[in-house]
Design a binder for this molecule. Structure first.
Ligand code: NAD
Length: 477
């Protein structure tokens, strides 16, 4: 007999709620099956979360940084112990291969550890005074209750970066993770609860995204907004935050260029770049996407890259032999079809993939396009899926011009052995993060954020803590 899907809960000020709420199905993107039912928070629930955040802030800001750190470290340990179960749930709801889900869970735990430590180093300073007998100091204080909005592509890292930094700074936090991947976020909230986080300091809500964001951001209780998602939604939320003169961190879209010079080991770079491209089925805001390759090595690079794409094992992420899972939702399948169709109609050549795989689950074949016209949509809109475009470039100046031609400026990558190229690229490419001879640009210790329409502010690094602190100057006589 088929069992009915599990009914999940959301958490408001320490209380898990579900009864009587509207339910939304959560789907497994590999099968299309309904795996759980997610209750939506009502306006009353949101108001209770706001009251909880206001009261929780007064409690949590008075807990010493040393003791806050213990709670965060405790949560990190619980996440590590639960890695197998959390990763399995993440794969079920988001689709990524289990190996990727395990790494993400561990890095989420590392993020709690990093902020646990960094919260203890929220140093102020002593400023030499111009008046005799006066002392001038600055102290760092938590900005206040935070409204956080996390996306569906990184079910653990999305919420972890926001919650860990906010709590380490002494803020309370109401988070709305994506309704499409609620189970991982619920596991994080439970880990914090088990680690001893006082009630009210964290609430976790789901529902209609625009209703929740409008309601929370308009509340005078909320002092800081943090959002990760599309540029379009980010602009809307930044506008709402501005109406209340509230601080905001915006992690928005990207369209990362990869500049490949002809002085590198072409096969090795193509192999590494292709494996990076198809991580999380390309649904990564820093995914390497627009490849510009110098003419002498273009053909060889394209074929080596396409060979990796063709051989990639695509399938249900729960099967350990698979290297790429489905895309996370049918919207991405539709977007892939439209973007690739439009590119081909503008003259692009399909070097690998190009189609949906089967008709059950959201599987799209790892795709490589070459000779892609810069007018094509895929050269201008974030594809957010398993597709790479490969075009020629003539040299350093062209590389920088191509890299900077879009309104996005999140991640960029370059491969070259020339020291003068490395210096010029580091200075000249407009991006928040540049990987030179590496695709590894994101870790808990390193600031993560964009420029231009990719947003503003940082998560990770000491900057990630700063985002939740304000500086107060105190002059004493
Ligand atoms: P979308 O623009 O509708 O939503 C993007 C994210 O914002 C989702 O997580 C969604 O739940 C949330 N959201 C939407 N409207 C909101 C609102 N009014 N208030 C608060 N949150 C809201 O698109 P989508 O189909 O979910 O994703 C498509 C695009 O979003 C992708 O092509 C990609 O460009 C971008 N995206 C970026 C990231 C990132 O890491 N920067 C993550 C996910 C999606």
């Amino acid at each position: 007999m088929p069992t009915s899907p599990e009914i999940l809960s959301f958490m408001v000020a320490g209380e898990w709620r579900s009864a009587g709420r509207e339910l939304e199905p959560v789907f497994n993107p590999a099968t299309g099956d309904t795996i759980a039912m997610l209750p939506h928070a009502t306006i009353k629930d949101l108001d209770d979360a706001l009251d909880g955040a206001e009261q929780g802030f007064e409690v949590w800001r008075k807990v010493s940084a040393f003791d806050r750190s213990k709670v965060l470290r405790g949560a990190a340990d619980i996440l590590r112990r639960g890695v197998s179960e959390i990763a399995a749930r993440m794969t079920l709801e988001q689709g990524k291969p289990l190996a990727e889900a395990r790494v993400e869970t561990i890095v989420a735990a590392d993020t709690f550890d990093w902020f646990a430590e960094e919260g203890r180093r929220a140093y102020g300073r002593v400023i030499p005074a111009r008046y005799p007998g006066q002392r001038q100091i600055t102290i760092r204080q938590p900005v206040g209750p935070v409204a956080a909005f996390a996306p569906w592509n990184f079910p653990a890292m999305g919420p972890a970066r926001k919650i860990a930094a906010a709590l380490a700074a002494g803020c309370s936090c109401i988070i709305k993770p994506s309704e499409e991947v609620p189970m991982t976020a619920i596991a994080i909230a439970k880990a914090l609860e088990e680690a001893g986080l006082p009630k009210g300091v964290l609430s976790l809500v789901f529902g209609s995204p625009s209703q929740i964001s409008t309601h929370l951001i308009a509340s005078p209780i909320i002092r800081k907004i943090t959002f990760t998602g599309s540029t379009a939604v980010g602009k809307e939320l930044a506008g709402l935050a501005a109406q209340g003169a509230k601080r905001a961190t915006m992690e928005l879209g990207g369209h990362a260029p990869v500049l490949v010079f002809d002085d590198v080991d072409v096969d090795q770079v193509a192999q590494m770049a292709a494996m990076g491209k198809y991580r999380n089925a390309g649904q990564v805001c820093i995914s390497p996407t627009r490849f510009y390759v110098m003419e002498p090595v273009l053909e060889r690079f394209t074929q080596a890259f396409a060979n990796v794409a063709k051989k990639l094992a695509v399938g249900n992420g729960l099967d350990e032999s698979k290297q790429m899972g489905p895309v996370a939702n049918p919207r991405r399948l539709q977007a892939m079809g439209q973007l690739i169709g439009d590119a081909v109609s503008h003259g692009a050549k399909v070097e690998a993939g190009g189609d949906r795989i089967g008709n059950q689950g959201n599987f799209w074949s790892p795709t490589v396009l070459s000779n892609v016209n810069s007018e094509s949509n895929i050269m201008n809109l974030e594809p957010f899926g398993p597709v790479a475009v490969i075009n020629p470039m003539s040299g350093l100046d062209d590389a920088i011009a191509q890299a900077n031609r879009l309104p996005y400026g999140l991640a960029a990558y370059a491969f070259t052995r020339s020291n003068s190229n490395i210096i010029a690229l580091g200075e000249g490419v407009d991006a928040g993060m540049i990987g030179i001879n590496t695709l590894l640009v994101s870790s808990p210790e390193v600031p993560f954020g964009g420029v231009k329409e990719s947003g503003y502010g940082h998560e990770g690094g000491i900057e990630g803590l700063d985002a939740f602190l304000h500086t107060k100057s105190i002059s004493e006589m």
